[in-house]
Design a binder for this molecule. Structure first.
Ligand code: ADP
Length: 449
């Protein structure tokens, strides 16, 4: 097992990884930007190294500064968390070439599954259901030809896309030119490549994803699904497990399809396969070759510490259990709480004057915040994740309502009021929502006001 792990991230996820390491008897090295010198992950780690100025490009994305920090402190492994360098195959390769273990899959696995076009191909070969789609599109004429073959509406997506960027929907030949041109322009601005492709656009799907764990010896298990259909701007807001839309037979069927596909692909460490689900059918969207923000809902229902498993797998340990050993228990819901104006969603950095996190049975809060902490304006605005677990979906709903009521965060605006509103709506309570529900609800609420 590793003796010292460097955590190449910040915020609640850096703290989450630190906690797993401590419970495994592993020492930790925090890296931080100049703006994060007082962050909780820096305070709690055994050692801390400043890797550059506030801007992410100069610090959390600065590969050589991070690797130098690992060498200087004698870390045996680097955990990348999510975001930043977590899906950067070049970084994984650099880390390994310095004799340090990258806690994640290999660079080759990341390249194959991180590119949406090659991942689609690998998914088809591995027997996963996909949306009808095209290869890469070189011209507008190409786009038009494929759109007519697939049938409108279609969505044009960047092969390197992420964070909901570089995606444009076209409903007819009239708007295909604009969708194609804009998707390419957005991709060019945000990603390494402006290559785009096309998929059938599903109109009322749910977003359901499967968590997998696989070791280096070909053992693969799935940890069930997460329903992440409560979204705004293609970004997840609330997640839950199990999905209220699946029955046991559907759950077992997709679980087995995914497990076999991962065996075939030969992937290891933790990973997530994202699907759209409509009219009882799954359509593979993409694979995330890293830990997900919403991993705690799976931890709550499976009882498995996913970060601990990532570290064990990277160190060469075998899973040590099979699919039949995994028992799912109860229902979990996660709310992503952002420091943002809950009406306009403009980020609201600043000083936290008062902080009281909820507690009690079945309540978990993952957050780096403490009273007196100043949220820097340079990074993502998520400041806390509230995760509740109950025996049934109904008890989880009552619990999330109670926990949100208890939360006190003074000094900055947060999205807590939005969460309170969502969980009180009949569609949410009944589990009858798709990926467009939240935006449609917010629009209708505005016209009523
Ligand atoms: P990213 O990598 O940018 O997150 P994804 O491919 O995971 O992009 O898609 C993000 C979201 O965009 C999905 O959760 C869904 O809301 C929407 N989306 C993507 N592809 C489709 C599609 N074919 N039909 C309908 N919605 C889609």
């Amino acid at each position: 097992m590793f003796e010292k792990v460097l955590i190449a991230n910040r915020g609640e996820i850096a703290l989450r990884i630190h906690r797993a390491c401590r419970e495994m008897g592993i020492r930790t090295v925090a890296v931080h930007s100049e703006a994060d010198a007082n962050a909780m992950h820096v305070r709690l780690a055994d050692e801390a190294v400043c890797i550059g100025p506030a801007r992410s490009a100069d610090s959390y994305l600065n590969k050589s500064a991070i690797i130098s920090a690992a060498i200087v402190t004698g870390a045996d492994a680097i955990h990348p968390g999510f975001g930043f360098l977590s899906e950067n195959a070049d970084f994984a390769e650099m880390v390994e070439s310095h004799g340090i273990t990258f806690i994640g899959p290999t660079a080759a696995q990341m390249r194959k599954m991180g590119d949406k076009i090659t991942a689609r191909q690998a998914a088809i070969e591995a027997g996963l259901p996909v949306t009808p789609g095209s290869p890469s599109l070189d011209t507008v004429e190409d786009a038009k030809k494929w759109a007519n073959e697939i049938g409108y509406p279609v969505i044009i997506k960047a092969k390197d896309g992420g964070g909901g960027k570089g995606m444009k929907v076209a409903f007819s030949d009239d708007d295909i030119t604009e969708a194609y041109t804009m998707a390419r322009a957005e991709a060019k601005a945000a990603f390494p490549s402006d290559v785009v492709y096309m998929e059938k656009y599903l109109q009322k799907p749910r977003h359901i994803e499967m968590q997998i764990l696989a070791d280096k010896y070909g053992n693969v298990v799935h940890l069930g699904e997460r329903d992440c259909s409560i979204q705004r701007n293609n970004q997840k807001v609330i997640e839950e497990s199990p999905s209220p839309a699946l029955n046991q037979a559907q759950r077992e069927e997709i679980g087995e399809i995914v497990r076999k596909a991962i065996e075939k692909i030969g992937y290891f460490n933790a990973g997530t396969l994202e699907f759209l689900f409509e009219d009882g059918k799954f359509y593979f969207l993409e694979m995330n070759t890293r830990l997900q923000v919403e991993h705690p809902v799976t931890e709550a229902v499976s009882g498995i510490d996913i970060v601990r498993e990532q570290i064990r797998i990277a160190s060469g340990a075998a899973l040590g259990y099979e699919q039949k050993d995994i028992k799912f228990n109860g229902h979990a819901i996660e709310c992503r709480i952002n420091a943002e104006n809950p009406e306009t969603f403009t980020p609201c950095p600043g000083k936290i004057t008062e902080w009281h996190a909820p507690g009690g049975l079945g309540v978990r809060v993952d957050s780096e915040i403490y009273s007196g902490y100043s949220i820097p304006p340079f990074y993502d605005s998520m400041i806390a994740k509230l995760i509740v677990h109950g025996h049934t979906r109904n008890s989880a709903l009552m619990r999330v309502r109670r926990a949100l009521e208890e939360f006190v965060i003074d000094g900055v605006s947060t999205t807590i009021p939005l969460h309170q509103e969502i969980i009180s709506q009949a569609e949410y309570i009944d589990g009858m929502y798709n990926i467009h529900w939240l935006e449609e609800y917010m629009k209708s609420r505005k016209t009523e006001k």
